[in-house]
Design a protein around this ligand. Sequence first.
Ligand code: MG
Length: 203
Amino acid sequence: MKIICVGRNYKGHILELKNNTPKELVFFLKPETAIPLKNQPFFIPDFSQEIHHEIELVVKINKTGKHIQEKFAKHYYSELTLGIDFTARDVQERLKKNGLPWEKAKSFDGSAPIGKFIDKTQIQNIDNINFQLLVNKTPMQIGNTKDMIFKIDFIISFISQFITLKKGDLIFTGTPEGVSKIHKGDFLEGFIENKKIIELKVK
Ligand code: MG
């Protein structure tokens, strides 16, 4: 199983980090060990002073596919959830400055908690889903998949040109604006529409 994450997919988030809008979809990988054991809190790693939350819609691949055409991409996933792409922003800034890969900042143990899955049939339009992240009951990130630069079916098609997708693979589809530093004791809750999908304590 692998975790593939899309970067820079919402204008507001690109602007808040002063990045350039990509002409081509940007993606990176996290290992299976990025998913914490069930009901584990998120432990702030000691190599970073600035861990950010990035709430993202996550799709689960349901069969093997390579060179998937965009028009057929919808047949390759049937469940979705929310995940948090935890990012060591201070480490990432150093790596970016030196043109180095992001893994140390993005792919560490526990950096990709996911919530409970919901069936795609429960969603009217996958390209118009409201989702949000509350930190200590305050909404910090409010997003809608309609604001994605690259939509879900395109993402699946694009990634599958490079990497074979397999059943159980997860795709994080990018974060809207509002990322911020987390602190010990924070309580994070993610919602799709008004349904709670994920909750997590920070330790
Ligand atoms: Mg992200």
